[in-house]
Design a protein. Structure first.
Length: 339
């Protein structure tokens, strides 16, 4: 996604209008990577509304780095396994910069999830759910550098996640509408049920047509929710590079690491759940994703100020506390408008 953070020393145009800028000025654009939470800031007074759709397809059962068969999972005493999971997330966000150094943002997701099951008697069924996730708010403060001059910048991220997503998500047993509702496994819950801190640090750099950056951001859980557990802490590390081919188009490449700890405590409602996803000690993840993106900015016309991004990728490494479903591929599409 191409933002409006660029060098304005030789132009009288507003910060959100690229029309009339020279090639040298256009090359100072920040290319902001999709799905990098709090990975860019805005000039004072600017507002941005954004929407991102993200689809994750999960398949294959892993124990450590090794893919295993459903028969091997059944041999460990489980009577059902998940063979595929589809997750769709619609993320709505807004950003506002009250000062040159401070940008505020808020994000609220809506999730749709579907899990395909296989039992040890070769029966297949699907359980599904949808609802809002946890509300996240974040402040981004630039401690080094100048958004209007580009170059090297260092941004401190300070966020809080509020437990607006349900941890009581249910569907009919065995996906049969005639049967009673049952509590779904941990990955199918929409929220954490706890207030979580989200500290982070973001570095941004650019020169000529090149733009790059790196970020680490964590989700640190506190206390336990009303079901008696808390999700494990989560740590993201991301690094990216992008090249502005024109004033409106820039491809990008990104690496993202995801480290998720096991759940602490357990939900009594899942004590008899027959799947590995119902076990709190089998939720740990170590994964590295490689993602390619396309970023487009509309510099003029009726859609001026709009931005479109597409990013897709696959894991190049995953080590899972299992048996556990692995990630097969990820695709996201987003748009935003700043003024």
């Amino acid at each position: 996604m191409i933002t409006t953070d660029f060098l304005m020393q030789h132009s009288s145009e507003p910060a959100h209008d690229l029309t009339g800028l020279s090639l040298e000025q256009l090359s100072q654009l920040d290319i902001v990577q999709p799905n990098v939470l709090g990975g860019h800031t805005h000039p004072a007074g600017e507002i941005m509304f954004g929407y991102t759709y993200m689809h994750t397809h999960m398949s294959g059962l892993y124990q450590g780095t090794r893919e295993i068969s459903p028969a091997e999972v059944f041999a460990e005493g489980f009577s059902a396994v998940h063979t595929e999971m589809e997750m769709d997330m619609h993320m709505f966000d807004v950003m506002y910069a009250p000062t040159e150094r401070l940008t505020l943002m808020a994000m609220l997701p809506f999730k749709t999830e579907s899990m395909l099951h296989l039992t040890n008697d070769n029966t297949r069924f699907t359980q599904s759910a949808d609802g809002i996730g946890d509300l996240e708010v974040m402040a981004l403060y630039t401690v080094f550098g100048d958004i209007r001059k580009g170059g090297h910048r260092l941004v401190v991220n300070a966020g809080i996640s509020f437990p607006t997503g349900s941890i009581n998500v249910r569907d009919h047993a065995n996906g049969d509408p005639s049967r009673p509702l049952v509590l779904l496994e941990y990955p199918m819950q929409f929220g954490s049920g706890t207030f979580d801190l989200m500290p982070g640090l973001t570095y941004l750099g650019d020169t000529g047509r090149w733009s790059w950056g790196a970020q680490t951001i964590e989700t640190v859980r506190f206390g336990r929710n009303y079901h008696g557990y808390r999700f494990g802490n989560q740590y993201f590390v991301s690094a990216w590079g992008a090249y502005g081919v024109t004033d409106w188009f820039a491809p990008s490449l990104r690496l993202q690491g995801n480290w998720l700890e096991d759940i602490q405590g357990s939900d009594p409602g899942l004590a008899t759940n027959p799947t590995p996803e119902g076990r709190p000690n089998l939720r740990g993840v170590h994964r590295l994703d490689l993602l390619f993106g396309i970023n487009v900015y509309v510099p003029k016309g009726p859609l001026k100020g709009s931005r479109l991004m597409v990013e897709g990728g696959i894991p190049v490494y995953q080590d899972l506390d299992g048996p556990q479903l692995g990630t097969a591929w990820i695709l996201s599409v987003g748009c935003s408008y700043a003024f």
